[in-house]
Design a protein around this ligand. Structure first.
Ligand code: AMP
Length: 105
């Protein structure tokens, strides 16, 4: 079953895309919890941090490079928080690994 983020990646549903490359898409959160609230999403559909296998760890590097790129793009590179919810009990609603970027700069 594909997640809502997979549907955004395949352009089945629209989103405000801030950055995209072959491995990652970064979108603006539809319900922002800060002045800037973005979601950094690997194109490979992995359910959560807990579902990452050792062989999947290569997907993490492009996520952090994308974080540097978009925070510079939005001029929030001097101050932001990263947040990951993992598992339903951890507040994860979309079961496709993603990192929240939150900034009030
Ligand atoms: P999480 O609770 O960590 O799974 O976060 C999921 C996030 O996805 C929430 O902050 C939602 O507001 C956001 N979200 C859900 N649907 C969309 C969408 N279609 N476009 C952008 N953000 C979304």
């Amino acid at each position: 079953m594909s997640s809502i983020f997979t549907k955004i990646i395949s352009r089945e549903i629209p989103a405000h895309i801030e950055y995209e490359d072959e491995n990652v898409i970064v979108i603006h959160d539809i319900a922002p919890q800060a002045k800037h609230h973005l979601l950094v999403i690997p194109k490979q559909e992995i359910e959560s941090t807990q579902a990452l296998l050792e062989g999947d760890m290569d997907i993490l590097k492009p996520l952090f490079l994308a974080i540097q790129t978009v925070t510079r793009q939005l001029a929030i590179q001097d101050g932001y928080k990263l947040h990951i919810n993992s598992g339903k009990a951890g507040g994860q609603e979309v079961m496709h690994l993603h990192i929240h970027i939150l900034s009030d700069i």
